[in-house]
Design a protein around this ligand. Structure first.
Ligand SMILES: Cc1cc2nc3c(=O)[nH]c(=O)nc-3n(C[C@H](O)[C@H](O)[C@H](O)COP(=O)(O)OP(=O)(O)OC[C@H]3O[C@@H](n4cnc5c(N)ncnc54)[C@H](O)[C@@H]3O)c2cc1C
Length: 388
């Protein structure tokens, strides 16, 4: 992000996080991507380095930092060269906010510290086979039975779903997805722990990018969880889900900017070293102009995302702005990665070339955490409709 908004703690974190990533991720990124996996003990190493809880309360093992501390870690992780590792290692960043927003002191003390230390992995499960953007369409049901909830249903596309020790799951404790008047009612969040009878993971889903992260289907068959694992009360799910909106979209926007920067840097190095027609590629004006366009779009996205983050830090309502930030950053990243492949020529199409991977990985920025179209809906409803 723009260091314009940084204090000394941000600059120190930027440097220490980059050094940790250079040592623990960068040398292995390509191999882990090809393997479609990264070692579980990386979570503990990141926890030991204090990278998992920079924005979480100190009382729970975090560092009590602000939004920029979180974005700095996200950017540093992308700098390791594997968006999949960054997203897999960062799945707790969307799983924990609902626990922090809705959970009791006892639930927070039980679930949060082991995740921040890297001893446990956390995931968030909202999306279902028949309901993604349309969260009110979820059908996974949790029925109260004594001091338990019995859950039946399925989730899909869940980041870290296979390795997660605890999953923050959106369930329906009431309402009806088929009744337009009642479909927003009765959405609740419950924490389901690995090993709970009736909780199964499916296959690792093969995907276009983010190969090193696991993306899984989850199944609940008469899965009985203690009623104590319900976050907030029944029907409080949307409050918990909304707790993620600003943070998750800013994290994805910052990750998109960082991905664009990586693709631009790789391309700048390549055009200086690769020669054609007796000169380096940057000897052609058309190449220089394309690089200028790439740099401009990355810089504009970085500036806008940083400004929205600063306004979020000041406590302003940035719902519409953060949706714009995510769309603008995703679009800038798509442009830069596409141009990066083009300027690498045939090498840009080779698996050994990092921009080939970044080109695949960036595609999800316009889909995950709310699609471009859903962001535009938010921009209309929260930013434009109130003033027309
Ligand atoms: C690699 C990966 C990791 C993921 N990780 C997680 C995770 O950890 N946890 C989790 O819960 N989910 C996760 N997701 C799911 C992700 O959040 C959803 O894929 C995303 O929200 C879109 O939902 P969908 O796939 O059901 O698409 P759909 O909602 O079916 O959308 C399909 C198309 O219709 C458009 N559309 C839908 N509604 C409207 C509308 N009202 N107006 C205009 N257009 C519309 C969409 O924009 C899109 O273009 C992940 C997905 C992927 C691919």
């Amino acid at each position: 992000m723009l260091d314009l908004f940084y204090d000394d703690t941000h600059r120190a974190l930027r440097d220490s996080a980059a050094a940790w990533v250079d040592r623990h991720i960068a040398p292995h990124a390509a191999a882990w991507e090809e393997a479609g996996w990264f070692p579980e003990d990386l979570h503990r190493a990141a926890g030991d380095a204090g990278l998992l809880g920079v924005t979480c309360p100190e009382a729970l093992g975090g560092a009590g930092g602000d939004v920029f501390h979180g974005l700095i870690v996200a950017e540093a992780l992308i700098g390791g060269g594997s968006v999949g590792v960054a997203m897999g290692l960062g799945s707790h960043a969307i799983a924990l906010p609902p626990i922090l927003a809705l959970g009791s002191a006892e639930q927070q003390a039980r679930f949060v510290p082991p995740v921040l230390s890297g001893d446990k992995v956390a995931a968030l499960a909202i999306t279902e086979p028949a309901a993604g953007s349309d969260v009110a369409g979820i059908r996974t049901r949790a029925v109260r039975d004594g001091d338990s909830y019995v859950i039946n249903g399925a989730k899909t596309f869940i980041t870290s779903g296979l390795r997660a020790d605890l999953v923050t799951v959106a369930v329906r404790t009431g309402g009806d997805p088929d009744d337009p008047k009642r479909r927003h009612e009765g959405i609740s969040l419950v924490v389901v722990e690995k090993g709970t009878p009736g909780f199964h993971t499916g296959r690792a889903l093969a995907k276009m990018g983010w190969w090193a992260s696991d993306t899984a289907e989850l199944f609940f068959e008469d899965c009985r969880v203690p009623a104590d694992n319900l976050l907030g009360g029944e029907g409080m799910g949307f409050v918990g889900i909304m707790a993620n909106f600003v943070g998750e979209r800013l994290l994805l926007a910052a990750s998109a900017v960082a991905t664009a920067r990586l693709a631009l840097d790789d391309t700048l190095a390549f055009v200086g070293q690769r020669r054609a027609f007796g000169r380096p590629l940057h000897g052609f004006q058309v190449t220089r102009h394309r690089l200028a366009e790439m740099a401009g779009r990355e810089a504009a996205a970085r500036a806008f995302v940083s400004t929205v983050a600063e306004r979020a830090r000041r406590g302003e309502d940035v719902a519409a702005d953060v949706a714009m930030a995510k769309n603008i950053a995703a679009e800038a990243c798509a442009y830069v990665c596409d141009a990066a492949v083009q300027l690498h020529g045939g090498m840009g199409y080779m698996r050994e070339c990092r921009v080939e991977r970044l080109f695949r990985d960036q595609r999800l920025y316009a889909i995950g955490g709310g699609t471009t179209e859903i962001m535009n809906e938010v921009i209309w409803r929260r930013g434009l409709e109130p003033i027309v």
